[in-house]
Design a binder for this molecule. Structure first.
Ligand SMILES: Cc1cc2nc3c(=O)[nH]c(=O)nc-3n(C[C@H](O)[C@H](O)[C@H](O)COP(=O)(O)O)c2cc1C
Length: 214
């Protein structure tokens, strides 16, 4: 028991070793990650990889365009995702997450396209990702949207406002630079760290700002 408690406090490769399990090794956090067809597929893949490392139970939903972009930008396919958790297609409306009776703790959509944002903001639950986000909102569970588009149209901005009013956290894929990133990985990890902050998972994926040295 003592050993397990100590293990719970360890940090390895920038992430808590097991915030997703309790002292008995039982999973205590279920997270749904939706990947949609926006550029920045690496954000979704990295998030899934990092969450897998924490032993959080993962359910992954991936749209067709997201899969194509994942292949094009990152060079990986569905099989890599399925190493980290259960993977569902965006049209699999019979999946567990489509029902509010299925208990998950949080959902992150990364990257989140403006089309999926529009669906979520306007209650159009025609895909599994949009429906699961609707479930998160109605059940008052954490919903984080890692939006990716630039520039933004007024429609996008209004949809962000609507989603935020409904309870979603809008967390644009917009890394900071105060931690002086030297690699693409460090840049991406800044955004992933911000997502971890929202999920309440301890990490050291980036060095926090502690004021400027005089
Ligand atoms: C290569 C590529 C890059 C794209 N990048 C973006 C993007 O960064 N943001 C966005 O909102 N849509 C982007 N799109 C458009 C979306 O893929 C499109 O709106 C699609 O319908 C989104 O569907 P989904 O949200 O169900 O995955 C991109 C499409 C392609 C083919």
């Amino acid at each position: 028991m003592q050993g397990l408690i100590i293990l719970n406090q360890l940090v390895l490769n920038g992430i808590d070793i097991n915030p997703g399990v309790n002292d008995q090794g039982v999973v205590k956090m279920k997270v749904v990650v939706g990947l949609t067809g926006a550029s920045g597929a690496v954000y979704g893949y990295r998030l899934v990889e990092r969450l897998y490392g924490t032993k959080v139970e993962l359910l992954i939903i991936v749209s067709d365009v997201a899969l194509a972009i994942l292949k094009d930008e990152v060079g990986i396919g569905k099989e890599k995702l399925s190493k980290c958790g259960r993977v569902y297609g965006n049209s699999e409306m019979m999946a567990p997450t489509a029902s509010g009776s299925f208990q998950f703790d949080a959902m992150v959509v990364a990257p989140c396209s403006m089309k999926t944002l529009a669906c979520i903001a306007n209650g159009i639950s025609s895909t599994l990702i949009a429906r699961t986000a609707e479930v998160a909102l109605k059940e008052k569970r954490k919903l984080v949207l890692v939006t990716r588009e630039t520039p933004l149209s007024l429609v996008d901005i209004r949809n962000m406002e609507k989603a935020a009013e409904a309870g979603a956290v809008i967390l644009p894929a917009c890394p900071g630079f105060y931690h002086k990133p030297k690699t693409l990985e460090e840049l991406v990890d800044h955004v992933i760290g911000k997502v971890f902050d929202q999920l309440g998972i301890k990490h050291n994926l980036f060095k926090r700002w502690e004021g400027s040295s005089r």
